[in-house]
Design a protein around this ligand. Structure first.
Ligand SMILES: Cc1cc2nc3c(=O)[nH]c(=O)nc-3n(C[C@H](O)[C@H](O)[C@H](O)COP(=O)(O)OP(=O)(O)OC[C@H]3O[C@@H](n4cnc5c(N)ncnc54)[C@H](O)[C@@H]3O)c2cc1C
Length: 406
């Protein structure tokens, strides 16, 4: 099938690697070129703030073993940047000036950390975590009594704080919110995570901004907007990520908080697709565009984009899912809840073994299971059913989630 065609994938990380794999799974016999700016072959990022960061796993978390790309006749080009896309000429340009013509193109350029524009932000020891090199550099500095200041209390900041504490560092978290993860989970569940961090000895400075990083050469302190000086050997900034859309923008492929795609993951430029962290895809279940910055989405959308490139009638409507591990607290979150009007708990919040359900108009729109396992699929099915639920039955661990689907 498509023997004489060339499919190019820009971005050799999880989304790109899964797309290449799926193309071969689906018996695509043409040429696949997978191009990545990083020097490593595709790897998974979640361990970079968890066990790999703590030095508990020496093996790099590669998506595929070394021989996979050759065995599947996938031309993997690492350490190579794509500098331009020409949608009308159906070709891309590489950093060395070479061009490659394509029949189909997948843009899987992911996201990059949002940088802080503050005095001292360029000092050594002010670190952003995205790549395996970042994780190696950060992990090498962890140790007993090392003073780590984490700026930002989203997923990356929270996981880094937990890993740093587990390695004996003194950790201060600074965030404008009242609790970690508040933007996604809201203040009530954020408080649960704040307690978890404080129980493990993290100092959490809520409602606080940073005005400056102080030091000469290397960072020595963080100055807050309350004019407090917090000594720091190391600062980790977790201020969210921005989709890498520059290539698409230069090619006049429409973007708005990511590259815009329809449910098939095709962009407005025919034959050019986008998936993973960079894609802001129309989601039929939600009736709006959703950009998801999570591992499961990268895997699923990469594979779905590949099928779409092959002409299959793809409608990507997977319910978002992500996971996080902090200390001995593991969680999975299923759903998408920009708005909700009630939270219902099942289980024991104090023991940190529970499920929290976010409801909107009596229907479950998201669920988070904390140290409770094998319930993410039933939660997803409940969300998808859009059934009105009785809150008392939802809270009752004796009632199966499946029975609430109506
Ligand atoms: C430290 C960390 C921990 C995480 N933990 C979790 C977790 O616990 N749970 C969860 O659900 N998600 C987690 N995530 C998020 C998850 O890793 C991302 O959603 C996923 O990596 C997205 O994959 P992607 O392939 O779309 O993009 P990326 O992983 O960002 O990869 C994009 C790739 O494209 C390359 N590229 C960009 N531009 C070009 C160009 N012009 N030419 C060539 N190559 C280019 C980049 O170098 C990069 O390698 C974590 C992320 C990080 C950083």
């Amino acid at each position: 099938m498509f023997q004489d065609q060339t499919f190019v994938i820009v971005g050799a990380s999880l989304t790109g690697a899964k797309a290449a794999e799926e193309l071969r799974e689906k018996d695509f016999e043409g040429r696949i070129v997978l191009i990545g700016a990083e020097s490593e072959r595709p790897y998974e990022r979640p361990p970079l703030s968890k066990d790999y960061l703590r030095g508990e796993k020496e093996e790099k978390p590669f998506v595929h073993d070394e021989g996979f790309y050759d065995e599947h006749d996938i031309e993997l080009r690492t350490g190579v940047e794509v500098t331009a896309i020409d949608p009308l000429g159906s070709k891309i340009t590489l950093g060395n000036g070479d061009t490659i013509e394509f029949e189909r193109l997948l843009i899987a350029t992911g996201a990059e950390p949002r940088k802080l524009d503050l005095p001292g932000a360029d000092l050594d020891g002010v670190i952003y975590l995205r790549s395996i090199e970042d994780s190696d550099a950060l992990g090498a500095k962890f140790g007993d009594g090392v003073k780590v200041v984490v700026v930002g209390a989203g997923w990356i900041g929270s996981e880094v704080a937990a890993s740093a504490r587990e390695k004996g560092c003194e950790v201060t978290m600074i965030a404008p919110e009242s609790a970690p993860l508040e933007r996604v989970l809201g203040p009530e569940l954020g408080k649960v995570y704040r307690d978890i961090h404080e129980d493990h000895g993290v100092r959490f400075l809520a409602g606080t901004g940073v005005t400056e990083f102080a030091g000469s050469g290397s960072v020595e302190a963080v100055i807050t907007d309350a004019n407090e000086r917090i000594e720091a050997d190391l600062v980790v900034v977790g201020a969210g990520v921005l989709p890498r859309t520059a290539l698409a923008e230069a090619a006049r492929i429409p973007t708005d908080n990511g590259i815009l795609t329809g449910p098939s993951l095709e962009t407005e430029a025919p034959g050019i697709f986008a998936a993973g962290d960079v894609a802001n895809a129309y989601h039929p279940f939600y009736g709006e565009r959703v950009r998801v910055e999570h591992w499961a989405n990268a895997r699923r959308q990469g594979a779905a984009a590949a099928r779409s490139m092959l002409g299959e009638p793809v409608v990507f409507d997977e319910i978002p899912y992500f996971f996080s591990d902090q200390y001995d607290v593991g969680m999975e979150y299923t759903g998408y809840a920009p708005e909700s009007d009630r939270i219902v708990y099942r289980g024991d919040v104090d023991k940190r073994e529970f499920i929290a359900f976010w409801l909107k108009d009596g229907r479950v729109v998201a669920g988070m299971n904390v140290n409770v396992w094998d319930v993410a699929d039933p939660i997803r099915d409940l969300i998808r059913s859009k059934a009105e639920v009785d809150p008392d039955r939802l809270a009752d661990p004796g009632v199966s989630l499946d029975s609430l689907k109506g």
